[in-house]
Design a protein around this ligand. Structure first.
Ligand SMILES: [Zn+2]
Length: 386
């Protein structure tokens, strides 16, 4: 395996565009957590409604069981995610490959269709398929997307856009104008404003009635109304640069969306767990996993008080073939070993809390996550793609 690594490095470094340079190898195998985070208080008994009015879906990109257990160890034996009482496994292969990419993986969850790697919101024949976010919009629910990457990146894009190539970032940005999404927080400003077609989409969004912000401080101050916050030209920095952007954005999105009495659908992505694993950097993996867990904490805090909200945590695939080969929970110390700089085929965990959470136990296809959410929000009527 070690003999292969330099070869794989060359492939990764030169085989990908500048957009994807987060995949450059940067091996770090040991990590000791300098600070712990507190958990959401959800252990008291809560009497949930029979059916959820709201769904908050949090996707840790590339987050397998080992990534979570590394986070659990580093946080000295606690994670918000491990407080969620119902657990299952999602099988992630795509239509074109035993090992999925984030485009096909997110499209399966967002649209209920197995498709080819690189696809965004289209089926195996490149035909657009309506996402759960679009269906929720059509039923007058409020909707939101939050991400630490560019909001045009594969996972958030699959909930709103329909393109055959995940790298068509400027086309993906256009699709944010076609759907009446209520909250958008993430990077990707350049895909909206520095475009080959010369359009300035932020002006067009403003004209459509959105309040706009370009950093998290301003985003937090916006009124609880339709808003777009594009907080980086491309991707947001790592946790030590962007701070608690993801938990804050999750809280803000919930604050805006929960004003709608009919309910809401929110997807939050911890994008960079995947990138840490591509780089074989366990410190990067753990810091991103713990940041993501704090965003989950915000969702659980809200759900435990609201009683009408289902929180689902899952991943689109595993990245890195991560194994934990040593560690110490009392010290928050982890020793890791990666098997690959790419994604793997292994199924990923699903955690659920709130009304309908019991549906998420067992082993099922990633597309079933879509079906279960659709049933719970009663969105099964077919809605044409706009
Ligand atoms: Zn990846």
């Amino acid at each position: 395996m070690n003999k292969l690594l330099p070869l794989m490095f060359l492939f990764v470094a030169f085989g990908l565009s500048a957009q994807e340079n987060y995949k450059t190898l940067h091996p770090v195998s040991e990590y000791k957590n300098p600070s712990l985070h507190k958990l959401a208080d959800i252990q008291r008994p809560v009497r949930f409604s029979e059916r959820p009015k709201n769904i908050i879906l949090l996707i840790g990109d590339g987050m397998g069981l080992a990534h979570l257990y590394a986070g659990y160890t580093a946080n000295k034996g606690t994670l918000n995610i491990f407080q969620m009482p119902f657990t299952g496994f999602s099988i992630t292969y795509s239509q074109s490959s035993y090992i999925t990419d984030s485009g096909a993986g997110a499209t399966a969850i967002a649209c209920g269709t197995k498709t080819f790697n690189g696809a965004i919101g289209v089926d195996a024949n490149s035909k657009p398929v309506t996402s759960i976010l679009e269906r929720a919009e059509a039923k007058s629910l409020s909707t939101g997307l939050v991400s630490t990457s560019a909001i045009t990146h594969a996972t958030p894009a699959s909930f709103i856009a329909h393109v055959s190539d995940r790298a068509s970032y400027e086309d993906i940005a256009l699709e944010f104008l076609k759907t009446d999404i209520d909250v958008v927080i993430g990077g990707g400003l350049d895909h909206f404003n520095k475009r080959a077609d010369g359009r300035v989409l932020c002006d067009e969004l403003k004209a459509k009635g959105y309040n706009m912000a370009y950093n998290m401080d301003d985003a937090m101050k916006l009124p609880a109304k339709k808003m777009v916050a594009l907080t980086a030209p491309l991707h947001n920095g790592k946790v030590d640069e962007r701070g608690n952007m993801l938990p804050m954005a999750t809280e803000k999105a919930i604050d805006v969306l929960s004003k709608n009495k009919r309910g809401f659908f929110l997807m939050v992505e911890g994008s960079q767990i995947d990138w840490g694993a591509h780089q074989n950097d366990v410190e990067y993996v753990i810091s991103e996993t713990l940041d993501f867990d704090q965003a989950v904490g915000k969702a659980l805090d809200f759900a435990s008080k609201d009683k009408n909200t289902l929180v689902i945590v899952t991943a689109d695939h595993e990245t890195g073939g991560l194994a934990i080969v040593g560690g110490n929970i009392a010290d928050g110390q982890v020793k890791a070993s990666f098997n690959t700089t790419n994604h793997t085929a292994v199924m990923v965990p699903v955690f659920a809390y709130g009304p309908g959470a019991q549906l998420f136990t067992g082993v099922y296809q990633n597309t079933d996550i879509f079906t279960k959410m659709m049933e719970l929000l009663m969105l099964s009527a077919v809605v044409p793609v706009k």
